[in-house]
Design a binder for this molecule. Structure first.
Ligand code: SAH
Ligand code: AVI
Length: 327
């Protein structure tokens, strides 16, 4: 049995002499748009996943610790009430917070079934190995897949299942893509299953912007790492020193935008794409991180055939955990 079923053959495992055709096409399309743009999934090679873990521990990044407290407060009762036997998690990363759910499942006598889905290949392998070690008896079946594409959850899941999408990662999707993803999750659910999603809430702009402009520069390193991923996977010659980190709140669409700004006029070569020109001050948008409220989540859910069942947020209204059922 392979340790990981590969549903997405990414550049992450290919040498740059044979670049992944999908990656090449996405990069070519994104960098030829008037506002140059790259998909945020390309942050996450092993180093990118490690940098994200560092972000989660930053004092400015309130999201992870707030969501963890919500999970610790709510999961024991929710898991007991639902009788959850399987956890399927999209964009699982280190699964650090998922352990709260898995512990609640174990406490209720269900050793269970865990399916972490992620694009970050070697990090996913590590996460799976650590969980197998720490949760003896837990069946861990990682899936290397791009959740912006069709992905298939295992058919024979012990039910009821909980589909989890934590961390506020839904915010990294433009609304049409978010609705497509939520619709696919809904299609994979049975009536007894639940969807659990973490959402970063709209709040004081200063607080949000600080979370993406940390004093230690970890978010800046995470942002620049995308250029190193491109250099490694596609053989491009981005000089990370010539791009600076920019993150700001865009109030019309309620989102953080992260950009890499060219600090000089320069040319960058990407084999298979060509020579790209950057004017001084021209940027590549590398990520959006949409902030939500109950109405915007209800809208996304409604468009995907889901209905909000319950909503929990912290006292300060920083972050929420929401459960959904098929509408
Ligand atoms: N759920 C974790 C990690 C969030 S970081 C937490 O809450 O802390 C976002 C995660 O989603 C990363 O692990 C990244 O590798 C994964 N990811 C990003 N884009 C993805 C995509 N298109 N398909 C699958 N996984 C993706
Ligand atoms: C994974 N995602 C929810 C993070 C976010 O906050 O949008 C990624 C991130 N980007 C910069 N810092 C963290």
């Amino acid at each position: 049995m392979p340790e990981i079923s590969t549903k997405w053959t990414s550049g992450a495992v290919a040498a740059y002499r044979q670049p992944d055709p999908r990656m090449l096409a996405e990069v070519a399309a994104g960098l030829s748009a008037p506002q140059k743009e790259l998909p945020p999934k390309y942050f996450y090679d092993h180093r990118g996943s490690e940098l994200f873990e560092e972000i989660t521990r930053l004092p400015e990044y309130y999201q992870t610790r707030t969501e963890r407290t919500l999970l610790e407060t709510w999961m024991p009762a929710l898991i007991s009430e639902l009788g959850t036997r399987s956890l399927i998690e999209l964009g699982a990363g280190s699964a650090a917070k998922s352990r709260v759910i898995l512990s609640a499942m174990r406490r209720h006598g269900r050793t269970g079934f865990y399916v972490p889905i992620d694009v970050s290949a070697s990090f996913l392998t590590l996460t799976a190995a650590r969980l197998r070690h720490d949760f003896p008896g837990l069946a861990v079946e990682p899936i290397l897949a791009d959740i912006t594409e069709d992905f298939t959850a295992p058919q024979e899941l012990p039910r009821p299942a909980l589909f989890a999408f934590l961390g506020g990662t839904i915010g990294n999707f433009y609304p049409p893509a978010a609705i497509r993803l939520l619709s696919r999750i809904r299609a994979a659910m049975s009536p007894s299953d639940r969807f659990l999603m973490g959402v970063d809430l709209r709040k004081d702009v200063g607080r949000i912007e600080a979370a993406y402009n940390d004093a230690q520069g970890v978010t800046a390193a995470f942002n620049r790492n995308m250029l190193l991923v491109l250099n490694h996977e596609l053989g491009s010659d981005f000089d990370t020193e010539r791009f600076s980190h920019l993150a700001f709140y865009e109030p019309v669409n309620h989102r953080i935008e992260m950009h890499l700004v060219s600090t000089t006029e320069q040319e960058v070569r990407i084999p298979g794409v060509g020579l790209l020109h950057f004017a001084e001050g021209e940027s590549i948008r590398t990520e959006i991180s949409c902030k939500h409220d109950a109405a915007s989540v209800a809208e996304l859910f409604g468009a995907a055939g889901l209905r909000i069942e319950s909503w929990r947020s912290d006292r300060e209204g920083l972050f929420a955990l929401v459960t959904g059922v098929q509408a």
